[in-house]
Design a protein around this ligand. Structure first.
Ligand SMILES: Nc1ncnc2c1ncn2[C@@H]1O[C@H](COP(=O)(O)OP(=O)(O)OP(=O)(O)O)[C@@H](O)[C@H]1O
Ligand SMILES: [Mg+2]
Length: 367
């Protein structure tokens, strides 16, 4: 009996010690990982700026499980998203009647704290906003000092106009110190058309006296296979920040519409496409504002055959893209190989133009 107990005890001890060992091993591994990540990046950690409100949309009258699902699918996943929606949007997306949509929106508005903040609080918040340099003073001025964090910046224009060139430039510049117009952080690149060129990053880094290898390490690239994958990857950016502790400061989507355009090519699929696109844009907006990130998206153009005056091209993606982009810039080719950027939509900036050039060194002013 005693022997048996001893045996059991011995076995238990063995178990415990092996558990201890495992624990120790795990601990060592974690420390090692932490040290690795420390030596790789010397950027400050990203904190969540605003905690999202945790109120469920099922609390709204007339929103059952099916409607809630439809609303969520389209990106209306919070009280706030519904409170700021228009009845037309909800009717189009969730198939509600106009009257129900109105009722839901009004209830969402009355139920939630719309979050009044005093002017000085807002000014304090605005102080944290980054203005990331494009390398061209003229282009920086067009954006009111640089590409802003906490917002979505969209550039659209025909092929070869410099949309991806600006993406490469920003992926490097985001890593600069704040004094130099950077964001002291990393870039995430959602690549839908294999346009990311590591050689180009190396070239820009070298010609700007930065360590090319380090610069490349601080850019995380993910190839998107289709629009669903693209949407999923955008959602995963939050995990990189909160779970992997990566100091992500810039998210690039180049190009936004490529997959959406081909995945929903049929005539009857337009409303499906717009729903998904709306959700994707909301996710991008949410990460931009919750983590004070720069979100840069590129977009293609289509010709408007019914235009008689002005430029006969328009960005694709319709109102959903336009309304969800904070800054919207149209790029076109200018004289002698220059590029012209025109601010189409911005909250507090005038409609103006800037001229720049794409060179080996990256984007530069026209001299
Ligand atoms: N290393 C370089 N040196 C000089 N100019 C370059 C260099 N790399 C790219 N360019 C210029 O940038 C242009 C390519 O621009 P970019 O790839 O950004 O176009 P885009 O707007 O993204 O087009 P698309 O719609 O095809 O994706 C080229 O036409 C070229 O003029
Ligand atoms: Mg491109």
């Amino acid at each position: 009996m005693v022997e048996k107990t001893l045996l059991v005890e011995k076995k238990l001890l063995e178990k415990v010690s092996s558990k201890e060992e495992i624990k120790k091993e795990i601990k060592e591994e974690v420390i090692e990982k932490k040290e690795n990540s420390k030596s790789e990046m010397e950027f400050p950690k990203i904190k969540e700026e605003v905690k999202p409100k945790k109120l469920s949309i099922e609390d709204l009258p007339g929103v059952g499980a099916a409607t809630a699902e439809k609303l969520r699918e389209a990106g209306f996943d919070s009280m706030l998203a519904i409170a700021v929606a228009s009845p037309g949007e909800l009717t189009e997306i969730a198939g509600l009647t106009e009257a129900t949509a109105r009722k839901i929106i009004n209830t969402a508005r009355s139920k939630m704290d719309m979050g009044f903040e005093s002017g000085d609080q807002l000014l304090e918040k605005r102080k944290n906003i980054l203005k990331v340099t494009t390398n061209s003073q003229a282009l920086n001025n067009l954006f009111g000092g640089g590409i802003e964090s906490g917002a979505i910046t969209e550039c659209y224009g025909e092929f070869g106009v410099g949309k991806s060139a600006l993406a490469h430039q920003l992926a490097v510049n985001i890593q600069l110190s704040k004094e130099k117009g950077g964001g002291e952080g990393m870039a995430v690149w959602l690549d839908t058309e294999s346009t990311f060129r590591p050689e180009r990053i190396k070239q820009i880094a070298e010609l700007n006296n930065l360590d090319p290898e380090k610069t490349l390490k601080n850019i995380k690239v993910a190839r998107c296979f289709n629009s669903d994958h693209q949407m999923l990857l955008a959602e995963k950016v939050e995990d990189l920040i909160t779970k992997d502790n990566l100091p992500v400061r810039l998210v690039i989507v180049d190009s936004l519409m490529g997959h959406f355009r081909s995945d929903f090519a049929g005539r009857g699929q337009l409303s499906d496409r717009q729903q998904k696109l709306n959700k994707h844009m909301h996710v991008l907006q949410k990460i931009a504002s919750n983590y004070n990130l720069v979100v840069y998206i590129t977009n293609q153009v289509m010709s408007k055959p019914d235009t008689f005056f002005g430029d006969p091209t328009a960005a694709i993606g319709g109102n959903i893209v336009g309304h969800n982009s904070t800054y919207r810039v149209y790029l076109r080719k200018g004289k002698k190989g220059t590029r012209v950027a025109k601010m189409i939509d911005a909250p507090h900036l005038p409609e103006s133009e800037a001229i720049f050039q794409v060179t080996e060194k990256g984007l530069v002013d026209v001299t």
